[in-house]
Design a protein around this ligand. Structure first.
Ligand SMILES: Cc1cc2nc3c(=O)[nH]c(=O)nc-3n(C[C@H](O)[C@H](O)[C@H](O)COP(=O)(O)OP(=O)(O)OC[C@H]3O[C@@H](n4cnc5c(N)ncnc54)[C@H](O)[C@@H]3O)c2cc1C
Length: 532
């Protein structure tokens, strides 16, 4: 029988909830509910009615079973670092389940080379703990990894650190534990054995792990994950190049990635590159490099190197056009030097000019910095949109995007919207292109809470600017149609990208049938993945 959301039902829900979690694991304060209900871009007009912060996988399973038995939707939330409405409520009364208290690193298995974690652990914590053991996961996190969780990244998939060689976050996963709507916990891969379960092999039979990766939490709540391990690479090299046009930069990036020469291969257009340089001063660079030279002697092996990067200062990117940045890792000097030599040959063949490699060094020095870039350098609002395409389709979409900006230049100018793009390769066969926008508008609580206080103080506060925000909404909508028409794929589908619209009937029907088995009343993150 379905329950109504009446006061009596709320009382009875609260009393049963108190039997599962502690009093301080339940949040009812209106300010907090509003904070939890908006992401970096979307502010829902509907606030969650409650936030619950369980402390164990078993508590998560019991909480979602209980809440959905009242016909109330439940929404998983990790670090909250997304911007596609993946966890913003679309139905009155929804309850957000904050998974960040599930942050244990359960087992580092050096013999079988996997790590098992609870899904609320941040990428930063995982990276730091593994590093102490001389280990790492192949893909090791997004830029937002100081707050972004393993569960969030696996639920919407994620790329950056390590992605040019190892692919996306999903490719590092061996098995998952998923709390389902009915309160059971599903284990996947070889970890679902009745006899001697262990998460050492993912594709034992059909890949049930893969079914839940990138589901934006529509199929269940990830509570544990086992990820592959690699030995922390002994040697790193860095390299940066300036190209006078984007075609040559993309040609070089694609070839370097096809030849598997780099762990990271990314680029910026001139606008975004110059903007990046405005963020922090030389003082901060020096501090990063100082920390780095103490902790990661392989990245900057000598004081001379530190001085070289530091003395290049902020000027190292002045006048640069399209900038490509490379991180190469390997077991020994010969391996990385060979890769570096080939990278340089490929860049030169495409007319790239070598420039100071400070940026990739700085990025690796502190992979997970505080999220001061949640806003632009002056305090403007920031939001990216992205598409993933094969190498062969990048030039065409760039032309279409440039045409779109040209056609819409009046509205862009009127609303003082600034834009540029960043790009990065993913494994051998895909490229991510991320147009990024800045406009003057009011800040949300999420910006104020996550940006360092000392940095936030220096930023301008803009009044609410709904006209520009609506223009941004339209630009994102128009661009997601361009992406769909070019056969693009996406991470972070949430409630934004045209996933449903571009599924073949057979594939969509299968997904919906699976959803119906796992969540017959569509109470697990309704609306995400376009499932209504
Ligand atoms: C400054 C900045 C830099 C970024 N850099 C990158 C980058 O380099 N690469 C990249 O890919 N992305 C990047 N992102 C986007 C985003 O941070 C990542 O996608 C990140 O993985 C989100 O993790 P989260 O824990 O914050 O997830 P959330 O935002 O909390 O949730 C994301 C989605 O997953 C669902 N979800 C969360 N946890 C679970 C769970 N345990 N089980 C089931 N569903 C769950 C939510 O319902 C939601 O739909 C960046 C964002 C910011 C703000």
């Amino acid at each position: 029988m379905k329950h109504q959301n009446t006061d009596d039902n709320k009382k009875s829900l609260m009393s049963e909830l108190n039997n599962i979690v502690n009093e301080d694991d339940i949040i009812e304060n209106q300010d907090e509910l509003e904070f939890y209900s908006s992401d970096i871009f979307y502010k829902s007009s509907i606030s969650a009615s409650l936030v619950v912060t369980p402390r164990s996988p078993e508590q998560v399973a019991s909480v979602i079973k209980l809440i959905t038995s009242f016909d109330i939707p439940v929404i998983p939330r990790g670090g909250g670092m997304s911007y596609t409405g993946g966890y913003t409520p679309s139905i009155e009364g929804s309850v957000i389940i904050d998974l960040r208290k599930l942050d244990k690193i359960i087992e580092i298995n050096k013999k079988d080379m996997y790590v098992t974690v609870e899904c609320g652990v941040t990428w930063k914590k995982l990276y730091d703990e593994l590093k102490k053991e001389g280990l790492r996961t192949p893909y090791f996190g997004p830029f937002s990894g100081m707050h972004a969780t393993v569960g969030g990244a696996l639920s919407q998939n994620s790329v950056f650190y390590g992605s040019s060689l190892y692919g996306s976050a999903a490719e590092s996963v061996l098995s998952l534990d998923i709390a389902l709507q009915d309160g059971t916990i599903l284990k996947t891969g070889s970890n679902s054995n009745k006899q001697e379960p262990s998460p050492f092999f993912r594709t034992y039979g059909p890949d049930l792990t893969g079914l839940f990766l990138g589901d934006t939490g529509a199929l269940g709540f990830k509570v544990k994950a086992a990820l592959k391990l690699i030995i922390y690479p002994e040697e790193q090299r860095f390299s940066s190049f300036d190209f006078s046009n984007e075609d040559e930069m993309f040609e070089a990036m694609s070839e370097i990635t096809r030849q598997q020469l780099a762990q990271e291969c990314y680029g910026f257009d001139p606008y975004l590159m110059s903007l990046r340089m405005k963020f922090e001063g030389l003082k901060k660079d020096l501090k990063s490099l100082g920390d780095l030279s103490k902790s990661q002697k392989n990245i900057l092996s000598s004081a001379k190197e530190v001085i070289k990067v530091a003395s290049a200062g902020r000027r190292f990117m002045e006048g640069v056009g399209y900038a490509m940045h490379i991180t190469i890792e390997g077991k020994d000097n010969i391996e990385v030097e060979n890769s570096l030599k080939r990278v340089k040959e490929i860049a030169e063949l495409n007319n790239g000019k070598e420039i100071t490699n400070s940026l990739p060094k700085l990025v690796r020095a502190n992979p997970f910095l505080p999220l001061n870039r949640l806003l632009g350098p002056k305090g403007e609002r920031w939001v990216p949109i992205h598409v993933i395409l094969p190498h062969s389709k990048i030039k065409k979409i760039l032309r279409e995007i440039n045409n779109y900006f040209e056609t819409n230049k009046k509205i862009i100018k009127k609303n003082k919207i600034q834009y540029g793009y960043l790009t990065s390769t993913i494994g051998t066969s895909a490229v991510l292109l991320e147009p990024t926008f800045f406009w003057e508008d009011s800040h949300y609580q999420i910006h104020k809470r996550y940006i360092e206080k000392s940095h936030y103080k220096k930023l301008s506060i803009f009044p609410e600017n709904l006209e520009a925000r609506n223009a941004m909404n339209k630009i994102r909508e128009d661009m997601s149609i361009i992406f769909m028409n070019n056969g693009g794929a996406h991470l972070q589908i949430g409630k934004m990208y045209k996933f449903r619209e571009n599924r073949s009937e057979t594939s969509w029907n299968l997904l919906i049938s699976i959803k119906k088995i796992l969540d017959p009343n569509n109470l697990v993150n309704p609306g995400s993945l376009g499932i209504r």
